[in-house]
Write a protein that binds this ligand. Structure first.
Ligand code: TYM
Length: 341
């Protein structure tokens, strides 16, 4: 970072967030996370990274993981994150994440980790051999956040419980060493609209990049044609009226997508659909999605070809992140009784 932006950033609160590069990013990732990061970035000292170490909690193809990590970084930039103002890096480039995670693991409880709904959901899909990393994953996420004295964590609804655990761990560690509290206690920021975009094939389940049914999610890499096809096929509800009703989760999802992308209010959108059919709603939602996604997709394509540029950003980001993370880690090591090297 330039000297002036470093000085400026020191007076701002730290905002931090991340995405798992375990697959191509979805419209849900964009609306629940990236779009919000870009909107809030100018008011915060921002740290965004790709959590490749989280991604290996489920089996990854190594080449794919490397490519998806570059692609995630490119997507951040394409979505409007300014690489000159924000620290951007890959989690595995900053060893302090794993180091702090171990200390926090020793201060976390089996009971609280067993209550994490994401662990319950993901482990249920794994069969018998559940990787223990899936169980301790929220502790690594807490380390990600606490290392940088983060105050705000913009995430979708599904990550709220992990942030609550992070807060509990921060408070627990601070209480153990009350003379010099180690961590800021972070707050989540969950956007009022778009924090839980649902699957297009099952509007009662979250849109997820790991869903094996590719028609359930809109990927930010989808062509205009694919977006249109997926939305035309989106599962809607019985009846034909376009209204905001809990009995109509499919319609609610499409209206939410429109509201989150356009900034329009749901009642205004609904008023515009009086007398129209589900087909109109699907096609217009597709048009709005295409308009938002096309420029991101094109820019990601351009950026992922320029590995020299992306590598340079990752290097610069890792340098800044390592320096900041090490300060917190040294203090933690000192407090728990390790001899500092
Ligand atoms: P991940 O990779 O599953 O998702 C990245 C971000 O996208 C949001 N999101 C959604 N928002 C709305 N609707 C959806 N259908 C949807 N699907 C995903 C997620 O809430 C998240 O904000 N554990 C995290 C990554 C992580 C992290 C961190 C986040 C690791 N360390 C530190 C913040 C701070 C995860 O797996 O996100």
């Amino acid at each position: 970072m330039a000297e002036s932006s470093t000085q400026q950033s020191q007076s701002k609160k730290v905002m931090l967030s991340a995405v798992q590069p375990s697959n191509r990013l979805t419209l849900g990732n964009y609306l629940g996370a990236l779009k919000i990061w870009a909107q809030l970035q100018k008011d915060y000292d921002c740290i965004f990274f790709a959590v490749d170490m989280h991604a290996i909690t489920s089996r990854q193809d190594p080449e794919e993981l490397r490519e998806q990590t570059y692609r995630a970084l490119a997507t951040y930039i394409a979505a409007g994150i300014d690489p000159d103002q924000c620290i951007l890096f890959a989690q595995s480039h900053v060893p302090a994440h794993a180091q702090l995670a171990w200390v926090l693991t020793c201060h976390s409880y089996m009971g609280e980790l067993s209550r994490m709904t994401q662990f319950k959901d993901k482990s249920a899909k794994q069969g018998t051999n559940i990787p223990s990393g899936l169980f301790t994953y929220p502790v690594l996420m807490a380390a990600d956040i606490l290392l940088y004295q983060t105050e705000l964590v913009p995430v979708g609804e599904d990550q709220k419980q992990h942030i609550e655990l992070t807060r509990d761990l921060a408070i627990r560690m601070n209480n153990l060493f009350p003379k010099a509290p180690l961590f800021k206690v972070p707050e989540p920021y969950i956007p009022p609209v778009g924090a839980r975009i649902m699957s297009l094939q099952n509007p009662l389940a979250k849109m997820s990049k790991s869903d094996p049914d590719v028609n359930s999610a809109i990927y930010l890499s989808d062509s205009d044609d694919t977006i249109l096809k997926k939305l035309k096929r989106a599962v809607t509800d019985s009846g034909s009226e376009i209204v905001w009703d809990d009995e109509k989760p499919g319609i609610k999802n499409l209206l939410t997508i429109q509201a989150a992308l356009t900034g329009k209010k749901v009642p205004d959108l609904v008023a515009g659909y009086v007398g129209k059919q589900y087909g109109h709603l699907k096609i217009e939602t597709a048009e709005i999605c295409i308009q938002a996604i096309k420029p991101i997709r094109d820019e990601v394509e351009r950026l992922t070809k320029d590995k020299t540029y992306l590598t340079q950003i990752l290097k610069k980001g890792a340098q800044s992140a390592n320096a900041r993370a090490q300060k917190t880690l040294d203090q933690v090591y000192k407090n728990v009784g390790f001899i500092l090297p």
